[in-house]
Design a protein around this ligand. Structure first.
Ligand SMILES: Nc1ncnc2c1ncn2[C@@H]1O[C@H](COP(=O)(O)OP(=O)(O)OP(=O)(O)O)[C@@H](O)[C@H]1O
Length: 405
């Protein structure tokens, strides 16, 4: 049997005003127009208004986790707030089936002068649990949040991380049918974030999850579907998570070129024989040749040359090291390097850093100080190949299968 639909969003739009004064003026006007049944301005933008969300449609079933991604101000939190009933849409309809657990804003849903324990009871009561039912859950919640020492302290004295711990524990342990988690999770420390992601993965079977994050590995890890929002509109909706993430990352300008250190110059950097090509489109599995000249101006130290590739999240992905056996690179006044390899990066945008790093030993790798690093000297766009979540490298391997039984 198909899992039941727990969230249905139909044609939802929400507009805001760009300044507070106009917002308040329109607000008062709308109240009167609503009373007299004459509010015709709902579907149109008035001066200084903009659509924070426009014509959003999707459904979410039990067992699905929707990753909601998009740049700052794209409308992600606005959508979560509408789903949680904190604000009303100007157009469209939201249908929610079941109990909603939400971690949307830091400290939202907590009364600051009450203790952590009192807030657990308050939240439980709002969700429709009896005192006896909350009694049965409270220890579990405190254990999950790992803040037992502070549970009888007013929430206003909690650190940001402690508020997130309590908020997530309450939202996720109160048997939600729908769990809404905003970026605030990022405030928790790494250990707690991993615990939360594991809990989300456990909960997915029992409920529907909507997860807002700027961390693409986290989105790829837990999501079954993804929505990419841009300026309040859906730019991508589907279950090809890698595709959604790629579209999101493609919109970023990667870092500018920069040089850190001095002593060695590079010239005539070429990618597949072409100099100054800003696009460099290639496929997975295609041949790559990178070549450049280097000129030792004032460096006396022996060195390695490292070529490292960095993804759009600025994570280092892979490195190629040049360490010749029978020659010290600093004995070369002017040289030319040519590197041939096969591309094993999956579709995405990558930049190349070229580093000249002090070499302290003839054998193995013993790195000294960075002599000079040429950052973002080349951008490579891999456009064809399989995407598996957000895993950046797919290796080629020879394999053999034997049937044992
Ligand atoms: N109460 C409000 N009044 C006026 N404008 C608002 C209000 N709430 C949100 N906005 C605006 O709506 C747009 C979408 O905001 P929202 O917080 O939903 O973005 P977001 O995608 O969650 O961004 P971020 O990644 O930065 O959290 C922004 O331009 C924001 O300034």
């Amino acid at each position: 049997m198909e899992n039941e639909i727990l969230v249905r969003v139909e044609g939802v739009s929400k507009k805001f005003s760009k300044d507070l004064k106009t917002g308040l003026k329109y607000g008062v006007k709308d109240v009167f127009s609503n009373i007299f049944g004459k509010n015709n301005s709902k579907n149109e933008l008035r001066s200084k208004e903009f659509w924070s969300l426009k014509d959003i449609n999707f459904e979410l079933r039990r067992g699905e986790c929707l990753g909601l991604i998009g740049h700052n101000g794209a409308g992600k939190s606005t959508l979560l707030k509408i789903l949680n009933g904190l604000i009303n849409p100007d157009e469209g309809k939201v249908t929610i089936k079941g109990r909603v657990g939400a971690l949307i804003e830091l400290g939202a849903g907590f009364n600051p002068i009450l203790t952590g324990r009192e807030n657990i009871y308050n939240n439980g009561a709002v969700l429709g649990f009896t005192k006896a039912e909350i009694d049965a859950k409270v220890e579990e919640i405190i254990d999950f949040a790992e803040i037992r020492e502070f549970i009888d302290m007013p929430v206003q004295n909690y650190s940001s991380g402690m508020k997130v711990r309590l908020g997530f524990a309450v939202a996720s342990q109160m048997e939600p049918d729908i769990l809404l988690i905003d970026e605030v999770l990022a405030v928790g420390d790494v250990g707690f974030r991993v615990k939360c992601l594991n809990r989300i993965s456990e909960l997915i079977n029992q409920c529907a999850v909507i997860f807002v994050s700027h961390s693409m590995p986290q989105v790829a890890r837990v999501s079954t579907d993804v929505i990419l929002l841009a300026l309040g509109r859906i730019e991508y909706l589907g279950n090809n998570i890698g595709n959604g993430i790629k579209l999101y990352q493609d919109a970023f300008q990667l870092e500018e070129k920069s040089i850190i250190g001095n002593g060695i110059k590079i010239n005539k950097l070429k990618f597949n024989g072409v100099e100054n090509n800003s696009k460099n489109y290639i496929d997975w599995g295609s041949k790559i040749n990178i070549s450049f000249e280097f000129e030792n101006i004032s460096n006396n130290k022996n060195f390695y040359i490292n070529l490292s590739f960095v993804d759009s999240n600025l994570n280092g992905i892979l490195i190629l090291t040049i360490k010749p056996k029978n020659i010290q690179l600093n004995e070369i006044k002017k040289g030319k390097i040519s590197i041939d390899t096969i591309n094993r990066l999956v579709p995405g945008k990558y930049t190349l850093n070229i580093g000249f790093i002090e070499r302290l030993s003839e054998e193995g790798y013993k790195y000294g100080e960075n002599i000079v690093i040429y950052r973002n000297y080349l951008t490579i766009n891999v456009i064809n190949g399989d995407l598996v979540g957000s895993i950046p490298v797919k290796l080629h391997c020879n394999w053999d299968i034997e049937k044992i039984s």
